[in-house]
Design a protein around this ligand. Structure first.
Ligand SMILES: NC(=O)c1ccc[n+]([C@@H]2O[C@H](COP(=O)([O-])OP(=O)(O)OC[C@H]3O[C@@H](n4cnc5c(N)ncnc54)[C@H](OP(=O)(O)O)[C@@H]3O)[C@@H](O)[C@H]2O)c1
Length: 258
């Protein structure tokens, strides 16, 4: 991540409030640390509270950090998280819809509970978090930014990949464009960005493939992106001047063929 983006983000957003979902691991964790280093106040959620509690101290900014346990499949827990963030720091200015997951499997045989969980977290929770953030952004009506962590799986369907996971990320792309249009039509000062990573070395593959051995094989096959590469893309989008809206950033490992 470049010092330029860090400094520009600090100038534009320092002291403002960011919300990051799914900060207990991987990309969400790296984004949280970057935003804290850029001088933002950051409220995060995940189900594993023990994995998020220490992030503020790790970034050297414990007073600018707030961790909340929430399962994003439960709408009341999402509402509780946003309410707690608001009580602490008034309104949110930046939302990063990062939490998400996938499960390998085929349409012919996959358990529908796995489809439901992917749809609930990757799509439905993203919509509900967006609605919660917009309510707070509406109150202060100051410059704001909503960033979705989509996927290259929202741009094409690589052979052997999970169709429902890709469908959730195609949905995230559609939601990015519809939100942009809605903000434009209602003349609200909210920019909207999608970030579409290829293979990033995180906890994702262990979950996706169901074993750490399979994840080691996936991540060992090529030089993967690291979570910090995606945090850098988030800072790049945030650092732009107000008249520049980055719509989508597609980021692949150089060695990734698909
Ligand atoms: N890794 C990749 O190759 C890759 C590529 C493209 C896009 N992405 C996207 O990047 C985002 C982050 O994934 P990652 O790679 O960083 O994976 P990760 O390391 O597995 O992190 C996923 C995060 O989502 C949270 N989460 C999952 N279900 C949740 C729920 N029900 N309630 C609250 N939080 C939940 C997890 O927290 P808890 O388990 O503690 O709740 C965790 O913090 C996802 O949207 C993913 O689709 C990843």
């Amino acid at each position: 991540m470049g010092d330029n983006e860090l400094n520009s983000t600090r100038q534009r957003w320092g002291g403002r409030v960011a919300v990051v979902t799914g900060a207990s691991s991987g990309i969400g964790r790296a984004i949280t640390l970057s935003l804290l280093k850029a001088g933002m106040r950051v409220a995060v959620c995940a189900r594993r509270l023990e994995a998020i509690e220490g992030l503020g101290a790790e970034a050297g900014a414990p007073e600018a950090f707030f961790a909340h346990r929430a399962d994003l499949r439960a709408e009341d827990e999402i509402a509780g998280f946003f309410q707690a963030a608001r009580e602490r720091w008034q309104g949110v200015h930046v939302l990063v819809n990062n939490a998400g997951l996938g499960f390998a499997g085929e349409l012919a045989s996959q358990d529908s509970d796995q489809w439901r969980e992917m749809l609930e977290v990757n799509v439905l929770a993203l919509c509900i978090c967006t609605q919660q953030a917009l309510a707070q952004m509406n109150e202060h009506n100051e410059e704001s930014h909503i960033i979705h962590i989509g996927s290259m799986g929202g741009h094409r369907v690589p052979p052997g990949s999970n169709g429902v996971y890709c469908a959730t990320k195609f949905a995230v792309r559609a939601l990015t464009e519809s939100l942009r249009q809605e903000m434009h039509a209602t003349q609200r000062p909210v920019r909207v960005t999608n970030i579409s990573p290829g293979l990033v070395e995180t906890g994702f593959a262990t979950h996706y493939a169901g074993s750490t051995d399979a994840a080691t094989k996936t991540y060992g096959a090529l030089k993967c992106l690291q979570s910090e590469d995606i945090a850098g893309a988030v800072l790049y989008a945030l650092a732009q001047p107000a008249h520049v809206q980055i719509h989508d950033i597609l980021v692949r490992p150089t060695e990734q063929g698909s």
